[in-house]
Design a protein around this ligand. Structure first.
Ligand code: ADP
Ligand code: MG
Length: 249
């Protein structure tokens, strides 16, 4: 069952297959994301969540299937992958800020290189974004001076600096000290309420329940079940979804 008509999907994957060597990691994934929709991607470690996010953002080639962003088939080998990648913002589990650059330069880099924004305009915008994530006073610091939660907030500021159409968030709180998880999730909650389109792999079930419009359960490289948080998290249809969720209670 497809809940989102294809005409309203901003991002849509159909029949996506991906192997590493002889290991089939994605085995015919169908997934769609509407504009302003927040979708939580859940599933056991190794189920293919990160691979799926990387494939959707064209950070990894797919073996079969199609991926559409708007009306464009971005899985077509003839597309300009760099210009497509610039339409996504991505944040990963590990703090992947550039260690040799200041916080400000981390946030401005993509705007200056990809969007060719003049330095001054890029810095003004970056400072506004840092203010929004509560870190304007850290602009001159290097990332190693910041806590993990602050680094992830900078990574989010960097990801949204280029006005991406879709945010791909891959377990962005998993590596954080538990005390720092809340500040990062609060920021994602704000982005969601501001209308961002977000696909987020997460093990934060309470957050998925409260913030996601839809929850997708990935099981061994396939979407086994999807629906509203109330459906998937509170009343899962599939035994494997129930088994997975039982680990969180
Ligand atoms: P998840 O994010 O749900 O934990 P991943 O997408 O990271 O799952 O991994 C799914 C499977 O794909 C795992 O078995 C992992 O070892 C394998 N895998 C992921 N990336 C690579 C890679 N670059 N090369 C080989 N195997 C990979
Ligand atoms: Mg992962």
């Amino acid at each position: 069952m497809t809940r989102i008509a294809s005409s309203t999907a901003l991002l849509r994957a159909t029949g996506v297959w991906k192997s590493f060597g002889d290991r089939e990691v994605l085995r015919g994934v169908d997934l769609s994301l509407a504009t302003h929709e927040v979708v939580a991607l859940i599933g056991a470690s190794g189920s293919g969540k990160s691979t799926l996010l990387r494939c959707l953002g064209l950070l990894e080639p797919i073996d079969d299937g199609q991926i559409f962003l708007g009306d464009a088939d971005i899985s077509d080998p003839r597309v300009d992958a760099n210009s497509v990648r610039a339409r996504f913002g991505a944040v990963f589990q590990s703090f992947n800020l550039f260690p040799h650059l200041s916080v400000l330069d981390n946030v401005t880099l993509a705007s200056r290189v990809v969007r060719r924004m003049p330095r001054r305009a890029a810095e003004e915008r970056a400072l506004a974004l840092l203010d929004r994530v509560g870190l304007a006073d850290k602009a001159k610091d290097h990332p190693d001076r910041l806590s993990g939660g602050q680094q992830q907030r900078v990574a989010i500021a960097r990801a949204i600096a280029t006005d991406p159409e879709v945010l791909l968030l891959d377990e962005i709180t998993s590596a954080l000290d538990p005390l720092l998880v809340g500040e990062v999730l609060e920021l994602v909650r704000q982005l969601a309420s501001d209308g961002a389109t977000i696909l987020m792999a997460t093990h934060e079930m309470a957050f998925a329940r409260d913030v996601a419009h839809r929850v997708v359960f990935l099981d061994e490289g396939r979407v086994l079940e999807e629906g509203t948080p109330a459906e998937v998290l509170a009343a899962p249809r599939e035994a494997r979804t129930r088994e997975f969720l039982a680990r969180f209670t």
